[in-house]
Design a protein around this ligand. Structure first.
Ligand SMILES: [Zn+2]
Length: 222
């Protein structure tokens, strides 16, 4: 516990490491990590009216509307575990969502401390995503370059010898996700910069170094 509230948004291109960093921070300061993807999946699983509406939309191959996402996030941050703050990851994804979020925060009297952008060049993101694979048996993740098993072809954790790669971890899909990020999410960066909320962190160093930088930005000394 920090003795003060922290409300923070993590943003950056897919593969920049924001999910990992959000998980590290959530363990350190004990406020929830709200990943929009997980919140939406949970809503569908609980079969709330919003969840059912969302499921119908997604089943038809549509995307959730901004309004639905805002609504669901708004309900989620009203839950008691968010009383000391939260870390948002994967939201806001667009400028209209960013504006609606600020309006919603103002209504709830929530002060956003910072928007942390984890900056990683596209080529490095490509290398990180294309190199990853996992053990078929236990799911342990590896990387061709950055995280090899101790013995070639054998899982450190379970001794398994079969591995797989996610089919959407291919060059074309990753390229599309990066283009999408530039077109839709990147415009939120200058939006938050204009509000004096943007803190950009270089995401190319080790997980520990990036985490340390984020702690500095947020004034956490642990
Ligand atoms: Zn394994």
């Amino acid at each position: 516990m920090l003795g003060r509230k922290i409300h923070v948004v993590f943003t950056g291109a897919p593969g920049c490491g924001k999910g990992t960093q959000a998980r590290i921070l959530t363990e350190k300061i004990d406020i929830p990590h709200l990943s929009t993807g997980e919140i939406l999946r949970a809503e569908i699983k609980k079969a709330t009216p919003q969840g059912l509406q969302l499921k119908e939309l997604l089943d038809k191959g549509n995307l959730a509307t901004d309004e639905m996402i805002i609504d669901i996030v708004s309900c989620r941050i009203d839950e008691p575990d968010c009383k000391d703050g939260f870390i948002l990851d994967g939201f806001p994804r667009t400028c209209p969502q960013a504006e609606a979020m600020q309006k919603m925060f103002a209504e709830k009297n929530i002060k956003l401390d910072a928007v942390i952008e984890i900056q990683v060049p596209d080529e490095i993101i490509m290398e990180r995503i294309l190199g990853r694979y996992a053990c078929m048996k236990c799911g342990q993740g590896y990387h061709d370059k950055f995280l090899k098993p101790k013995v070639y072809g054998v899982c450190d954790k379970c001794g398994g010898t079969d591995f797989y790669r996610r089919i959407d971890d291919n060059r074309e899909t990753v390229q599309n996700r990066l283009v999408n990020y530039r077109a839709l999410t990147y415009p939120t960066i200058p939006y938050f910069e204009n509000q004096g909320l943007l803190r950009t962190v270089d995401g190319t160093s080790t997980i520990e170094a990036v985490s340390k930088k984020i702690d500095e930005v947020l004034g956490i000394d642990k």
